[in-house]
Design a protein around this ligand. Structure first.
Ligand SMILES: *[C@@H]1O[C@H](CO)[C@@H](O)[C@H](O)[C@H]1NC(C)=O
Ligand SMILES: *[C@@H]1O[C@H](CO)[C@@H](O)[C@H](O)[C@H]1NC(C)=O
Ligand SMILES: *[C@@H]1O[C@H](CO)[C@@H](O)[C@H](O)[C@H]1NC(C)=O
Ligand SMILES: *[C@@H]1O[C@H](CO)[C@@H](O)[C@H](O)[C@H]1NC(C)=O
Ligand SMILES: *[C@@H]1O[C@H](CO)[C@@H](O)[C@H](O)[C@H]1NC(C)=O
Length: 451
């Protein structure tokens, strides 16, 4: 029995040691659970078979005291086991020390870690502040860039402005140069003009004096002109006197015989002396009768030569002659007076204000001048500029026949006529033809009686 008690006490001691060991183990492993669990597991694994054994032993003790023998045997085993446990405990202690060491190391590491963490935090905060500063700086930089850009563009503008300005300056200098050249030119022109003006002035002065001279000269000339005029008028008067004296001495018209009608002798150059019948009763004084039909016993159906020379008698019917009429009318301007007396005694007349006939070479062509009459119409006008036609010399415009043959008389035929005073049945007026008591053609210098 004693042995068992001892054994029980011993067992309890071992258990206590175990418990202490595990408790310390718990304490040491508090900081690190992993390690603790490892520890426990380790302890447990180590101690479990022991416990089992202890239970078995107790059971055996409790069950039967008969098994004492077996127990003593077992005691020795237990001793052995105890030693084993001690050994295990020692190793366990060693391991716990190691564990402690580890733990310290871990704590130290943690501290280091904390330090590091602090350092990292500090660094982070520094970095953050740096970052903030950096963002500030970058915004500043952006602003700076924008400013730089605007400055750049302004610079470019300025550059362009400068370019333009320099071009302007260039242009202006060129313009100035050309202007200067022009100015020089203008100046030289001006100088020239001034000279010209001076020249002009002197010329003008000269001209002025000359014009004054000219004016004086003009006055003188006018005076002389007046003198000449009066002299001329005197001369003309003298001439007229001379002419009238000459006319009286050597007359070419009937004017000198005034109111002394009848047959008078004219002296016309180219022909010489010949007789004419002067009339002063029909239309005033001084008319030469160049054709007369009052008796009706004279034929006017004559040849060229006879018409050229003239024919008939001043007492009855006659034609003065183409050559004489040409010569007389070529000396001065004559008017023609046509005098007709109808069967009932009614008198008709007409005038042409510029009567003449050309020379023989031109066929004694007729010119009449302006017509003036009341009843008689200007029917002789078709004969104007016509040559004279006789039966032996056809100058008319009738291509088929000779008007002189057709109408049995010489005349200034056209094709052939409207009014004609040589034909046996002359015209009266308009388209009326008939036998007349009297036909006369007379000429007188135009305006002769106005003086
Ligand atoms: C300078 O003159 C040239 C030719 O005369 C002309 O084409 C140019 O536009 C001018 N420049 C300025 C800035 O006036
Ligand atoms: C020309 O003479 C007139 C006087 O005859 C005078 O009035 C005028 O001023 C003169 N002109 C010149 C240019 O000398
Ligand atoms: C006729 O006039 C001419 C000049 O035309 C003259 O020579 C001649 O003597 C005059 N004859 C008569 C007779 O007067
Ligand atoms: C016509 O009669 C006049 C007298 O009245 C006469 O002098 C003249 O010779 C006559 N003519 C002819 C051709 O008979
Ligand atoms: C025409 O003649 C009449 C007189 O015969 C005269 O009074 C008149 O002035 C003349 N007319 C012209 C335009 O000659």
């Amino acid at each position: 029995m004693c042995r068992i008690t001892f054994n029980g006490v011993f067992l309890l001691m071992v258990l206590q040691i175990f418990l202490v060991a595990t408790t310390t183990g718990d304490e040491t492993c508090e900081s690190d659970r992993k390690m603790e669990e490892q520890c426990r597991l380790h302890n447990y694994k180590t101690v479990k078979p022991l416990l089992d054994y202890f239970r078995q032993v107790r059971n055996e003790i409790e069950q039967s005291e008969t098994k004492e023998k077996q127990i003593s045997e077992l005691n020795s085993d237990l001793m052995e086991k105890y030693h084993e446990i001690v050994r295990i405990h020692e190793t366990f202690k060693k391991e716990a020390d190691l564990l402690n060491e580890y733990k310290n190391k871990v704590i130290k590491g943690e501290n280091d870690l904390q330090l590091c963490q602090n350092k990292v935090d500090k660094s982070e905060s520094e970095i953050n502040s740096l970052k903030e500063q950096l963002t500030d700086k970058s915004t500043n930089l952006e602003n700076c860039q924008v400013q730089l850009k605007s400055l750049n563009s302004r610079l470019i503008e300025k550059d362009e402005n400068i370019k333009r300005l320099s071009e302007n300056i260039k242009n202006n200098t060129e313009h100035q140069k050309t202007l200067e050249l022009e100015l020089e030119k203008s100046n030289s022109i001006l100088v020239k003009h001034e000279k010209d003006i001076q020249l002009c002035r002197s010329e003008m002065n000269k001209l002025n004096t000359t014009s004054e001279n000219i004016r004086e000269e003009q006055k003188k000339i006018q005076l002389k002109l007046k003198e000449s005029e009066t002299k001329l008028i005197d001369k003309v008067k003298e001439n007229q006197l001379c002419q009238s004296e000459l006319d009286i001495l050597s007359p070419t018209t009937c004017i000198p015989f005034g109111n002394n009608p009848g047959v008078h002798q004219l002296n016309v150059s180219g022909i010489g002396l010949f007789n004419v019948l002067c009339d002063s009763q029909l239309a005033g004084p001084g008319w030469i009768v160049i054709q007369q039909r009052v008796g009706g016993n004279e034929s006017f159906d004559r040849d060229w030569a006879t018409y050229r020379k003239g024919f008939g008698s001043f007492e009855s019917d006659f034609f003065l002659g183409l050559e004489k009429i040409h010569r007389i009318t070529s000396l001065q301007r004559f008017e023609l007076y046509i005098h007709l007396v109808e069967m009932d005694g009614r008198t008709l007349n007409a005038r042409y204000d510029d009567f003449k006939i050309s020379d023989e070479d031109n066929g004694y062509a007729l010119s009449l001048g302006k017509f003036n009459a009341t009843i008689i119409k200007d029917k002789m006008r078709v004969s104007e500029n016509m040559k004279f036609t006789t039966f032996d010399r056809d100058n008319d415009n009738d291509d088929d026949a000779n008007c002189a043959v057709k109408f049995e008389s010489g005349w200034w035929y056209d094709y052939c006529f409207y009014c004609h005073y040589n034909t046996p049945i002359p015209c009266l007026w308009d388209d009326w033809y008939g036998i007349l008591n009297e036909v006369k053609m007379l000429i007188r210098p135009k305006g002769a009686m106005k003086k």
